[in-house]
Structure formats: structure tokens, C-alpha cells
Design a protein around this ligand. Sequence first.
Ligand SMILES: [Zn+2]
Length: 295
Amino acid sequence: MWPLDPPSVTADESYLACSRSIQDRREKPGKPARPYRRLLAAAAPDISAASQRFEKAAAEGSLLGLKAEDFRVPGFGDDEAHRVIYARGMVKNKAGRQIYDALMAAPAHERCPFCGHGIVRELDHHLPKSSYPALCVTPLNLVPACKDCNDLKGSFVPNSPESVLIHPYYDRIDDDPWLSAKVVHTAEPTLDFFVDPPDTWDQITVSRVKHHFDLFELGRTFGTQANRLVSNIQYGVEKLLRAVGSDAVREYLQEEAETRFKSQLNGWEGVTFLTLSEDDWFCEGNFIGNSGSTG
Ligand SMILES: [Zn+2]
């Protein structure tokens, strides 16, 4: 959801760096010889063309139309292609690894662009390498992600316009506020997060963002973090309320929200403070005395 500047390294440069140090496999018991050097050189034009088709479709928002059968690597089995080109050529080989590391270093503060919260630990293949091996080292198909988001996405492939995931290099939804929450008025106040899109969004964008929010379980992640934060500030809020009153509580919460929105418009922290500041039940301290841990 959170945008990233597209990488500057091209698909052709990446493929060359990842493939040039791969050696042929000699015959081993149970494994035939494989002339990888010749096969990789012969596949270069197909890889280049596949990357161009991907980049054009991603820019036009038409990734859904790309068929997996058009993204095989000639001369390779599907699993063999990404094991050789990505796992050996990019992750484990020096020239490829430099590109891998540069892609991983792109997000500010190592913040995962899918959840805006977790620490970047892996590269996610936007179109999965198992089904689209020709894109396994295409930089625009490689997005840094936290482990949770990469696991939750798995080898997901969209099957409708509404399920096309938000792509951090191409989609710019974060210029608008789209994340909201409401306070659940219980003894220990908690927050429920949801997608609250602006009126200017088209219906497909709304559905895509809601699908992304559900697939990456953002409601659960944000809710858990926010509930900890509410619990942490409760004591201070009670003190402020008794000393100065509910207007001072609102002002404090608004200022905290404003500070956080400066760095992340749709971050759960800013939304938490804003939601609390707009909730009279919370600002007037109606939770006090309802919980064993307060008072
Ligand atoms: Zn994440």
C-alpha cells in the first residue's frame, strides 16, 4: 500500500548480472549434465521480452491479462529456472546480490510497503516466480517485504480486477487518507480498523484496497498495535483528565496524530490518535473505573 520509487536497474541488467556467473552442471549420479551457460544466453531475448510485457501491463494496470504460460523460460523446467536464475544467480551470487541488496534497502526505515509496519526481510515476487519464472529477477517484479506479508501473500495470483494487489512501484493510493478506525467502548478500550476510501476513488480501486487489507490481515496487525498503544497511554490520559479536563486530552491526542501523519498519512499510529481524539467517550474518561488495571 505504501509507495516505493521504482528501482533504476533494468530487467536486462539484472538478468545479465544474475546469469553470467552460473556454470554448467556436470553429470552426476541421477542428474544429467545441463549446459546452463548456453541455455541462459539463448533465453536472454525471451526474458527481455517477458519483462517488457510485464512492465507495460503493470503501468497500464492490466497485470490480470498476463498468462503464466507466456512467462516460462525456454530450455528450463519452471522450478529449475527460478532455482538457477534467482536462488543461485541473484541471492547467492555477488553481482546479483548487489541488486538484491539495493532493492531491499529502498524502503525508508526498512518499513514493509505492504503493511507499513513490519521490517523488510525478503523480496516478494509480485507475480510469483513459481508461475512466472521469466520474471524471477525482473526488478519491477521484486518488492521488499516483511516476512509476515511475504508468507501471507505466498504464491497468490489475482483472478479478478478487484483482487489485483496494490503494487508499491506503480500504485499511488497513499496520497489520500483511506484508513479509519472506531473505538470499541469496553472496559479496556480497543480499536477496530477498516478501509474508509475517499469518494473520488473508483469502485475497482476501493475493492483492491479492501482485498489487500484483508489478504495481509492489516486489521489484525493494526488493531494489536493500537490496543497496546491505548493501554500504554491510558494512565497519562487519566492524569491529564483529572488535572486539566477533557479538552486538554483531545488537544494532546490531536497533536500526537498530527505528528505521526507527517511521516505516514495512513499509518496505524496517526489513525489511532485521531480516532481517540474524536471519541467523546474516550476523551471524557468513561473507561475509568471500568477496568481493574485503572483508577
Ligand atoms: Zn509487511
